[in-house]
Design a binder for this molecule. Sequence first.
Ligand SMILES: [Zn+2]
Length: 273
Amino acid sequence: MTIDAHQHFWKYTPTEFGWIDDTMAVIRRDFLPADLERAIADARVEGVISVQARQSVLETAWLLELADQHDFIHGVVGWVALISRTVVDDIGSFAGSKLKGVRHVLQGEPDEYMSRPEFNNGLAELRYHDLAYDVLIVERQLPAATELVDQHPQQTFVLDHLAKPRIRANAISPWRENLREIARRENVFCKISGMVSEADYAAWTPNQLRPYVDVALEAFGPRRLMFGSDWPVCLVACGYRRWADLVREFISQLAPDEQRCILGETAERAYRL
Ligand SMILES: [Zn+2]
């Protein structure tokens, strides 16, 4: 089964989605399951993981509601306040749901956030609920994220968007070295996603992206890599089907079972679908 390990739903409001600037105007609208169902069918994708876009438990509850209504949503990576004293109850309140992981948007936080005791205490709860933790950072935060991972050897981590290398600048180091380092931890998985929006929206090319995918393949191997679309954010630079086809092309030299890992089985394992 082909699974898209990373997409978002939202009802657009300018205040809640201030990060969608004028260059991204094409995604200033609602994106709901009916839109995605058409896109994935066209791209031969059968299931998705919905990822939080706002830091709100109300959004987490809403995503879980959508997941209950739509079988093609296999899991949700939601947000809970990990630094809260009520974190155990907050996570417990989602027991029995399709919640498969938690994400706090670390790319907007100073590096010190990752060493805060409250944050680490909250994160330490996740494994008791079989929840993965999605790491959303930019490449310069990789060393701090590696230290975070080292505090939680039993926790499953999923690195979003290859840790956002500086594709627009065609920069590969020190991202490459730092990615290899974090990948030495077997409890870290990684998503091939979010690349076109780190490149020039209009001028990117497949050949520009390929070296980054090759580094990730070598560092993590197919058993710890998963395909994700980052739909609808990808639409600023690339249609859903074009991105899915491109990932298939990038991994076409791998053995069929390795391709199946990246296109679905890794997500099933990392998120315990
Ligand atoms: Zn995303």
